[in-house]
Ligand binder design. Sequence first.
Ligand SMILES: Cc1cc2nc3c(=O)[nH]c(=O)nc-3n(C[C@H](O)[C@H](O)[C@H](O)COP(=O)(O)OP(=O)(O)OC[C@H]3O[C@@H](n4cnc5c(N)ncnc54)[C@H](O)[C@@H]3O)c2cc1C
Length: 432
Amino acid sequence: MSNTWVNWGRNQKCAPDQIARPSTDTQVAKLVCLGVAERKKVRAVGAGHSFSPLCATEGIMIDLSNFNSITRVDQELMQVTVGAGIRLFELNKQLELLGLALPNLGDIDCQSLAGAISTGTHGTGLGFHSISEAVVGIKMITGDGGILQCSSSKNQNFLEAARVGLGSLGIMVEVTLQCVPAFNLRAMEQTTHIESVLELFEAAIETEDHTEIFWFPHTEVGTLKINSKTTDSPSYRSRYKAFLSDEIIANGGFELINRYAKFFPSSAQQMLEKQLATDRKISYVAPSYKVFCSKRRVRFIEMEYAIPLEYLLEAFQKVREATQQLDSPITFPIEVRVLGADSIPLSPAYGRKSGYIAVHVFRGTPTDPYFRLVEDIMKTYGGRPHWGKMHTRTSRELSDLYPEWNKFQSVLEELDPDGHFSTPYLDRVLRG
Ligand SMILES: Cc1cc2nc3c(=O)[nH]c(=O)nc-3n(C[C@H](O)[C@H](O)[C@H](O)COP(=O)(O)OP(=O)(O)OC[C@H]3O[C@@H](n4cnc5c(N)ncnc54)[C@H](O)[C@@H]3O)c2cc1C
């Protein structure tokens, strides 16, 4: 029986030689050595939530989902060591029981921890960073089956590279995270005219913790989301209203619009405008991870670019104009976020405060020419693509965008000189 693997967006699939689900470091090491002996590539997979072909392999695919518990807690330092395959929703719940939390999260919590950090998964907030920034220690199995411990005091250059390592350096089995005390967020959401949304967003990015906007192409409607830390207790949010808003409108209604628009594209704009009740406001308080993350049941394909913050609004206007050139309507909102600069060699936010622009299409819909037009705009701003999302860039172009590219390359050369953990995608983006 052949093994098949398909990602969440259903735009990537492969037939690995085997899909293994080890439970111990020794079993992972044996699989890596088996790969070497049989000249088969070895690839770690998380929850398959990347849109780019990061995980696709014909070799041995290693699923770390059995590495899913917290193995050590240092309450004084607020650090936890955890199995690398744990899903974020499970991690968040376990951290809450310890009175801890991650400082910032992305839109969803279905990813594995190792998968999320390997691509620099991020949320929003100028005073915040990607999940990778919280990583202070990594244990991984290297190409010779050995165990490598990395931290700020041991193998620090390996730690820096592996914080956003695209699965190219080895198989992570354990990750140590720097947490913060558990906190609540006040969520405020406002849907109104896009020009007002942009004005409010610009004013809020410096003063509020986590700000983002969504704009619905072919409409004048946008949504501003502001999440800020509060000492207030969680507020009552009617379960019926939450269900109506999160499930029926955001997911169920949206799926229907997308299906309908596929057959009757000219009606898409009208339907979207009806769906988006303008001047709608929502506000509530909840534990941070419940505010950061929501359910995304309507499947889509995404491209996202990080550009220097100062060009964010200018680039966004160009993207708005570009959508007017398209023959087929875009039914998914464009998402705009911000992030503080970091110093992780392959992080898209390396060395610069960044604005992120993300574009999406409904699953099964062609991404061209939409993504190509947007990518061309992003290139003019020195844009760096999200590693887990669609893009067409090659190592030749990417090497110019990352000041510490060579530092990463020397770690790659040291840890995996023969490309044992490589894939065709990694050959394109890392090895050239
Ligand atoms: C609905 C949806 C919403 C999303 N929202 C956001 C968002 O808000 N912000 C954002 O930045 N991204 C977002 N993403 C992208 C997603 O967070 C990243 O693509 C992430 O890498 C997926 O994690 P995963 O566990 O599914 O990893 P996979 O896609 O399975 O793997 C990603 C990479 O991690 C490597 N890897 C996995 N496990 C290991 C391991 N144990 N050791 C070494 N390498 C390993 C793989 O080899 C691969 O290179 C979203 C994706 C979807 C589908």
